[in-house]
Ligand binder design. Structure first.
Ligand SMILES: *[C@@H]1O[C@H](CO)[C@@H](O)[C@H](O)[C@H]1NC(C)=O
Length: 433
């Protein structure tokens, strides 16, 4: 995906510029960086881990006070996580520069909670979109720490600064087909990173936070019972992504059982909307239709059900996330780990829209909204991880925290398309529809 014009200020570019400096300038620059580094390190040696790649990269781009781990950085962390309301929660949101993360962070902040974001800004999709979300959030006083969830020292440091009451854990390697290209990134984020976060939450916090985290509807895999209910079998994942999310649910069970962590997994169903992810079909279909490019639409085999998704609008999902946070009970573990006062809450919920829409219908809605027709290439769906059909039963979330999706696909896509043309400064006439 080429979006070069939004890529102006990436650190990559900065590094490249540095390489072209004459040799003596580089030496002077290196000395200066070293001096600054030693100074900061002496002040904060106990609070300044330097082991992870995330930290190393942060140091390289220390042109702003945000990433240097010093007093100014701590102040930003503290300010962002202080609730405006006395009764407000303090929530650490991982994946805060992501699609669902950025929306949740804003909703929590707006109602008076203290919120700190964390994101590693990886380049699985255009990082400039993540930076734009970050810039948007910083206008609301939200700070996002540039770090990886695998960085245990950093997580401990954050809990030293703020005893978060909740973690909303949304950081993950997303996407189904990308696992064929880069399987290890799924293990790194969805398994190792999740375990690292749970370890810190179990052993290095006092009191322990309650954790709400993103599982996925993909855990239903090749399930044929519809709608998908939480009690349905989830032992036939069709992709490595689904397998790592399913593993996450089992790992959550373990940490709940041993350490008394309160854990709620949310199975998201094809979330879409403004500020969405460029790797998702509704997003790249929109781009292709506007660019007069081709789109590939998957078709089911003969006699199979039509390919359909239970598309869920972002605002509905945000309500679900907030509802899960508000009904999460306290963890029961004894800080330090290994003991608990009693059983802790362990939950899993579907967050879907309850009305599957065929992908062909998605395309025709976009064609109508954009006032153009798509060059469609219809092919048989390959077995590369996608499941043919999803449909959520959300009665459990409805019963426990009043979850009730209210946005149909046309309404939601209209909002998405409106955002899209504005964000990418595209001159086009949108059709009212
Ligand atoms: C939806 O899930 C609930 C449990 O949460 C179950 O009682 C109900 O039968 C399910 N509905 C359908 C149509 O499967």
């Amino acid at each position: 995906m080429k979006m070069d014009k939004f890529n102006k200020t990436t650190s990559l570019r900065r590094v490249r510029q540095v390489q072209f400096l004459p040799c003596y300038q580089v030496t002077i620059l290196t000395c200066l960086i070293l001096i600054v580094f030693l100074f900061v390190f002496t002040l904060n040696h106990h609070s300044f881990p330097n082991t992870s790649t995330g930290r190393a990269r942060s140091l390289l781009s220390s042109s702003s006070p945000e990433f240097n781990g010093g007093g100014q950085w701590e102040k930003l962390v503290r300010q962002s996580s202080t609730p405006r309301k006395v009764t407000g929660k303090t929530v650490l949101v991982t994946g805060a520069a992501g699609f669902v993360g950025s929306h949740c962070v804003l909703a929590l902040k707006k109602r008076g909670d203290g919120v700190l974001g964390l994101d590693n800004f990886n380049s699985y999709y255009d990082p400039s979109l993540k930076r734009s979300r970050q810039a948007h959030l910083s206008k609301h006083g939200i700070f996002i720490v540039d770090a990886d969830i695998n960085d245990a020292d950093l997580l401990k440091k954050l809990f030293e600064i703020t005893p978060f009451t909740h973690i909303l854990h949304l950081a993950a390697q997303a996407g189904v087909r990308y696992a064929i290209e880069n399987p290890n990134s799924y293990i790194h984020s969805n398994i190792a990173g999740f375990v690292n976060l749970l370890e810190v939450a179990a052993k290095n916090t006092n009191p322990q936070p309650a954790i709400v985290w993103a599982s996925s509807s993909s855990v239903y895999g090749l399930n044929t019972e519809t709608p998908f209910s939480e009690s349905d079998r989830t032992d036939r994942p069709a992709s490595l992504y689904a397998a790592t999310k399913k593993a996450g649910e089992e790992i959550a069970h373990t940490y709940n059982h041993i350490y008394g962590l309160s854990l709620t997994g949310l199975r998201f169903f094809t979330v879409y909307g403004p500020w969405g992810r460029p790797d998702m079909a509704y997003f790249f279909f929109t781009k292709a239709i506007l660019d007069h490019g081709d789109i590939t639409v998957f078709q089911a085999g003969d006699g199979d059900k039509e390919i359909a998704r239970d598309f869920t609008y972002i605002d509905d999902v945000v309500h679900g996330c907030v509802g899960a946070i508000d009904t999460a009970e306290k963890s029961t573990g004894v800080p330090g780990g290994g003991q608990k006062h009693g059983p802790a809450q362990l939950r899993v919920y579907n967050l879907g829209n309850t009305s599957p829409v065929p992908v062909s219908r998605l395309v025709s809605i976009l064609e109508c909204l954009l006032g153009r027709s798509a060059n469609k290439n219809t092919v048989r769906m390959p077995a590369n991880g996608d499941v043919p059909y999803t449909h959520a039963n959300v009665s459990l979330a409805n019963q426990d925290f009043g979850y009730r999706p209210t946005t149909d696909l046309t309404t939601g896509l209209r909002k998405f398309v409106k955002w899209y043309v504005k964000y990418y400064s595209i001159q086009t006439k949108l059709v009212r529809y």
